[in-house]
Design a protein around this ligand. Sequence first.
Ligand code: SAH
Length: 508
Amino acid sequence: MKKGKVYLVGAGPGDYKLITFRGLEAIKMCDVIVYDRLSSPRLLKWAKDGCEFIYVGKEAGNHTMNQQDINKLLAEKAKLGKDVVRLKGGDPYVFGRGGEEGEYLFNEGIEFQVIPGITSAIGGLCYGGIPITNRGYNTSFHVITGHLKDESNELDFSNLAKLDGTLVFLMGMKNLEKICKGLIQNHKKIDTPVAVIHWATHSNQQVVTGDLSNIVDEVKKHNITSPSLIVVGDVVRLRRVLNFHERKPLFGKNIIITRPEAQNESITDAILDLGGNPIPIPSIEIKDIWPNAPLMESIENMGEYSYIIFTSVNGVRVFMKGLYDKGYDLRRLGNTKVVAIGPATANALKENGIVPDIVPKKYIAEDIYMELVKVLNSDDKILIPRSRDARPYLVDELRKICKVKEVHLYYTESAKNNREILINTFKEQDIHYITFTSSSTVKGVMDLLGEKNVELLNDVNTVSIGPVTSNTMRKFGLRVDLEAHRYDMAGIIKGIIVKEEVTDGVDK
Ligand code: SAH
């Protein structure tokens, strides 16, 4: 059997977008991904369907799988003809044991490639606001392991102390005190600036600064643990100016997103780019009503309808499924005018080759009605393919003018499997915002939390996409801390940013 290849891929320092183009290519094409704690699980979503994921995470002192077993695993999978990506934090060769994996594969006769990554020793510092070199500050940098194979084997502090370059210690948190003492005893200036960067590049990045004499106390005071980078050198002073990451508008904010996963990509990316931490916990699942005789019948009779109104992305998806299933395409819509409730639905239509004739300014049913009332007469006939759970308002009002056919395409159920995840997330993390993008997501969250856990929402900002969702929240006894001005996800993010700016101002 033809053997597979192994790719030793550097995932970059944390933020998943800091992987290389070549690394992402390997992830997209491989059959197996072997990953660990420092490589972002967000990268896994680019793997092809059916790709096998194997976690071999190492937390300090708690090895899930030892190196020898990892080597064997890579070789075994390749021998089965599978292409394997070994995803490693930072760069595979910077204290990453990539060399050992390569040697093992070479000896087993397995082809491999190494794809370099941005090491945390450089990229992590960068996000901590610290350039590893800076003109006039230093002429070299040195990356040192703070975790010694044999703990009694001291680093050569007399040489390290003489270097004027930036010193970066990886895996050094257990030995921080030893490192500082070693440098001081060997005459490194006691006021040399030191920074400790915890979870660099992430939204929960934490940086503590001081000098060789006090950094140990500072770290204790802030309870900083591994993984952290220890930086010793004058370049640490530049952090005050170059600390771009922590100045992003949503930096450090944990934001729960309750809508179904399929619709989340653009929103999670937007939050990440703004420095925030999106936590997707869908509170509902979308269930298609399929097979769907009423849908098929209306597609057959499409010519009777003068208007078709889409009120959600899911509605567009299921409708198109019906159209194709019958062997039709867009031409079936003929002269029927198309209405979309808002830009997300309009985009979904455009992706399917349909440019809607009408998109109301505010993205709610009331506004569709206001637009349509201007143009409809009693001869019109309207098709509304939508959720079974939608409010009756639109259909009821339009029926006063002309014939309306409502077809149910899908319904929502609360995502019961996420109950524990949701409750534990509130208990374990400091959640700043929870977003509700429809009345169903509100019902879903209330259902998952149950009455006795509703108090978990007390200290969390509750964000609503618009007035209809807000009403549902109030009906359930929830506060509405923020309501988007534009009734879509972009409006929600804008609202959160503005709220953060205002809060910042109060703090200052
Ligand atoms: N190959 C990796 C390093 C592996 S050693 C690289 O090139 O970055 C593991 C050590 O790297 C951790 O103990 C910590 O010191 C450092 N490290 C890696 N990612 C980090 C991050 N996001 N934040 C802080 N330290 C990190």
